[in-house]
Design a protein around this ligand. Structure first.
Ligand SMILES: [Mg+2]
Length: 419
């Protein structure tokens, strides 16, 4: 682990991006409170509110009626993805004129390397870049900028003084202003983590800062706690690349288990095992593929895509849907071989949330994840399938293919064949 003594990272996070883009583009919206909704319906929620609307209490996740009650003159606009994406590319091109873009974290968040040697030079460069952006994309679409010595601290700095912020968290001054940041604003501290931190006596940033790395690891129950600790303390932590490409299981079926309903049940069981391993290794999946070989030797597969997920509820539902998608592609109702793969993996801490996810959906996702984690702990303690969402009946083990059953991780060749 390295610790730099200068500002090496600049993070840009645009202020209420979608809402301010709409205001920038349409002069009729200038000076008016604006909110963007994912669908052209009054029943959808607000996914972005401009700062004028925010000042009146309008928040992301709010229903349109609620927003209108607080701010009767609010204008709703339906999100225009194509427009935002085009602007995103213009932004990247402009930022690259001033410093290299290292990574695009989302449509309105970008991480750059800082070529300047001194703090003063870095701040001057940041201000020049901000002027350049105002000229190319317009003065209403404003960025907040954070400067620090790693991605996490620079991102936190960018969030600290929105809108139009420019905050420096210099490694030599840590913790400094970092102590002002509420724990729930720290990327990597999920809402579910807060009660655990509280039980460990950590109620604010000062408490977190004061932990020993091993204590952070113990609270998180894995290496992620120690990594977060190190990044907050200004270290540059090299996160392991996603070397894994998938989690999956396959099975040769025999006897009763070849019938459609039983095959589906067995597949759910295989998927449940794969999701457990996905969680144990701290990944999230964005794709799921189910393959079936029917009794006549025909092979079919079906792939689904979704926002990053790690819970049984979402992934087993996707498994069922993919099975049905597969089954619809073959006339034969008897199956000889089934497989399920979770892929499109992202490390747990790095998966950014879906911008179009509404608050109630995010809440349900958190409940699903918490419930899945609880099931994992019970199963680790009491063994096997003490609790699970699928069938409780294990398919008989004494048939052909038992050796390659649950413990086997198919290699990439299997997977490409399945696709
Ligand atoms: Mg933003």
């Amino acid at each position: 682990m390295q610790r730099s003594s200068r500002l090496t990272r600049l993070y840009i996070d645009f202020d209420a991006f979608f809402a301010h883009v709409e205001k920038q583009i349409d002069p009729a919206l200038h000076g008016r409170p604006v909110a963007v909704t994912p669908m052209p319906s009054r029943y959808s929620g607000v996914i972005a509110a401009c700062y004028q609307a925010k000042a009146r209490g309008v928040k992301r996740g709010m229903k349109c009626d609620e927003a209108e009650a607080l701010c009767p003159d609010i204008v709703f606009r339906h999100a225009r993805h194509d427009v935002y994406v085009k602007l995103h590319h213009k932004i990247i091109a402009e930022v690259n004129r001033f410093m290299p873009v290292l990574k695009t974290w989302s449509i309105d968040e970008v991480e750059c390397g800082v070529p300047a040697r001194t703090t003063e030079a870095a701040v001057i460069l940041a201000k020049q870049m901000r002027r350049g952006l105002a000229q190319t994309i317009g003065p209403i679409i404003t960025p907040s900028i954070g400067l620090s010595c790693n991605q996490l601290l620079a991102k936190i700095a960018a969030e600290m003084n929105k809108p139009r912020g420019l905050i420096v968290l210099h490694p030599d001054d840590l913790p400094g202003r970092l102590l002002e940041v509420p724990l729930e604003d720290v990327p990597g501290i999920a809402a579910g983590m807060l009660p655990r931190l509280a039980r460990a006596g950590v109620h604010d940033m000062a408490g977190l800062w004061g932990l020993a790395p091993k204590q952070a690891r113990a609270i998180w129950g894995n290496v992620q706690g120690e990594r977060l600790w190190a990044e907050l303390h200004g270290y540059h932590v090299k996160r392991p690349e996603t070397s894994r490409s998938m989690f999956g299981h396959s099975r040769v079926l025999s006897g009763d288990w070849r019938q459609r309903d039983k095959a589906r049940e067995c597949l759910i069981l295989l998927a449940a095992k794969a999701t457990r391993r996905l969680r144990a290794d701290q990944f999230m999946a964005t794709k799921l593929t189910v393959s079936l070989k029917d009794a006549e030797g025909q092979r079919v597969s079906h792939e689904l895509q979704f926002p990053p997920a790690r819970d049984d509820f979402t992934l087993l539902r996707a498994t069922r849907a993919a099975f049905d998608g597969c089954a619809a592609k073959t006339i034969c109702r008897v199956y000889a071989h089934i497989s399920v793969y979770l892929h499109g993996l992202k490390p747990e801490g790095q998966a950014s949330g879906d911008l179009f996810e509404q608050a109630h959906r995010a809440q349900r996702k958190l409940q699903y994840e918490t419930a899945s984690d609880a099931m994992d702990r019970i199963n680790a303690r009491y063994g096997g399938n003490t609790v699970n969402l699928g069938t409780r009946e294990e398919p008989p083990g004494g048939y052909a293919g038992a050796k390659i059953a649950f413990g086997r991780v198919p290699d990439i060749e299997d997977f490409s064949a399945a696709r």
